[in-house]
Ligand binder design. Structure first.
Ligand code: PLP
Length: 383
């Protein structure tokens, strides 16, 4: 059995976790501080805030930028449902911008057109959320320019893109956005089992994120409205959540981060090998924009031809114990979002892409022999 993705845990990772289990702190403590600092430095960001999951991170990012009832958030349909759902947690409306047919990321042309229309109807979004699909950074300089022109905020959903680089440097430095989100679910680039992290440049946004992840409370005497009444004293200033990461998870994360270049290099080598191995098959391989460096979270191919039978290819490969997958069923066509009024045809590029997409296995422990099995199985399945 070959999964589409899998974590890589070594003895050092295990030792790091065991050490925390023997220490005084299990919940958020010194290891969370260290993990935040490690990633802040790695990405060149000013502030990092670790949270319990990527989804919790999106929820807090939207709240910290004041998304609420009556507001609208735009994202792409080619993402995990969490990107859109977190806006619904805030009581906001969600709308979708179609993807580019080549990069499978948010189309800047579609975004510009939609903004022009929205301005005419006075219905501009408060937040736009580009998703770095498969680890390939979106055109952030262009999205940033539109944000200045139209006055919206930008959250980068970089769940796939830890270690990726765009025109402005490492994803996470948030040069072209307000907040960047990472996820550390086991299928992603590095893992903390469950976990997420928010990166930003604005000190006040970071402080708000920290407060919101812990019930909306603060222990900072400088923030007290009622003066500090003693060392025990904390105040709740708004309605927050319990979205903290544990020291157990953070220790695993810091340990994993030590091997990130190895993980990224291995993924890249396998991607190049896929490119050569798939050359003679009727499939379109993923393209890396020459201006960026993808983290290659996913290896997605598109089946060529006018009406390829993706279901047949998928079922045949699964029968060979190759656990191919499909990323993503367009979010606007999920029954929950259809019930809000979205219909087929709303985002034609994302829908056309979805009908042909197939995610092949890609992870650091995938061996060349296993990769050859995948390629052979795909060749047979396409016949
Ligand atoms: C995984 C993922 C998330 C959610 O992350 P979790 O850590 O699983 O909550 C959000 N957006 C995208 C694009 C993802 O792939």
């Amino acid at each position: 059995m070959i999964p589409y993705a899998r974590q890589n845990i070594d003895e050092q990772d295990i030792d790091a976790v065991v050490e925390v289990l023997k220490s005084d702190w299990l919940t958020q403590g010194p290891m969370v501080d260290r993990f935040e600092n490690d990633l802040r430095r790695y990405c060149g960001a000013d502030h990092a805030v670790a949270v319990s999951s990527g989804t919790a991170g999106l929820h807090l990012a939207y709240l910290a930028l004041d998304l609420g009832p009556g507001d609208c958030l735009w994202t792409v349909p080619n993402t995990f449902v969490a990107t859109a759902n977190a806006a619904r947690y805030c009581g906001a409306d969600v709308d979708f911008v179609d993807i580019d047919a080549r990069s499978w990321n948010m189309s800047v042309d579609a975004l510009r057109e939609k903004l022009e229309q929205a301005q005419r109807h006075s219905r501009l979004p408060k937040i736009v959320v580009p998703v770095h699909f498969g680890g390939q950074p979106c055109d952030m300089p262009a999205i940033h320019a539109l944000a200045r022109e139209y006055g919206f905020r930008v959250v980068e959903d970089a769940a796939h893109a830890v270690g990726a680089e765009g025109p402005g440097g490492k994803v996470g430095n948030s040069r072209f956005s307000d907040i960047t989100l990472f996820s550390f679910h086991p299928v992603k680039i590095i893992t903390t089992a469950e976990g997420g992290l928010l990166l930003c440049r604005d000190e006040r946004v970071a402080a708000r994120l920290r407060r919101l992840r812990s019930h909306g409370t603060t222990r900072d005497a400088a923030e007290m409205t009622d003066g500090s009444q003693g060392a025990w004293y904390y105040e709740q200033h708004e309605l927050g959540y319990h979205y903290r990461m544990t020291d157990i998870q953070a220790a695993l994360g810091s340990s994993q981060l030590r091997r990130i270049e190895e993980f990224l290099g291995r993924r890249r080598a396998l991607v190049e090998r896929y490119g050569r191995g798939l050359e003679s098959l009727p499939v379109i391989c993923p393209r890396e924009d020459p201006r960026v460096r993808s983290s290659w979270h996913l290896y997605v191919i598109e089946l060529a031809g006018s009406n390829p039978d993706r279901r047949k290819v998928f079922d045949r490969m699964r029968a060979d114990q190759i656990l191919v997958n499909v990323h993503y069923s367009p979010v606007h066509l999920q029954p929950y979002y259809r019930a809000l009024g979205f219909k087929p045809g709303y985002c034609p590029n994302a829908e056309r892409y979805y009908a042909r997409a197939l995610t092949l296995p890609l992870y650091p422990d995938l061996t060349e022999e296993m990769q050859d099995q995948v390629i052979e199985s795909l060749g047979r399945a396409l016949q």
